[in-house]
Ligand binder design. Structure first.
Ligand code: FES
Length: 122
């Protein structure tokens, strides 16, 4: 029911953790299941390129896998490009998710969009 890529990112999640003194932090809750996601971004002040991105979640396996992929996808992009990364693109990169788990994939996208920047003027 889960693709090999989903299982890989669930079992070996990339970019788990926190960034100390992050440029921005975004936290969202999932209206459907109540799970929580927090994303940390380290951004180059001049280029606005995301140098590092980490996440922590109380979400399920699908949330872990999609956040792992989403954080991989936004690293190296500018913060403006990262805003364009949709949960659909993340799901496609993971070769799909079961329909009942699509709401889990929204957490990472929403958390990136919810980031408030502490040390940065955009
Ligand atoms: Fe809550 Fe998947 S069930 S994030």
């Amino acid at each position: 029911m889960y693709s090999e890529k989903v299982m890989d990112h669930f079992q070996n999640p990339r970019n788990v953790g926190e960034i100390e003194d992050a440029s921005g932090v975004g936290t969202v809750g999932n209206a459907k299941c109540g799970d929580i996601m927090r994303i940390y971004l380290d951004i180059d002040e001049d280029t606005k390129i995301i140098k590092d991105c980490k996440f922590k979640t109380f979400g399920c396996g699908a949330a872990i896998a999609t956040s792992s992929m989403a954080t991989d996808m936004v690293i190296g992009k500018t913060i403006y490009e990262a805003m364009e990364v949709t949960n659909k693109a993340v799901m496609e990169a993971l070769d799909g998710l079961p329909p009942a788990k699509i709401h889990c994939s929204v957490l990472a996208e929403e958390a990136v969009k919810a980031v408030s920047y502490t040390h940065l003027t955009l």
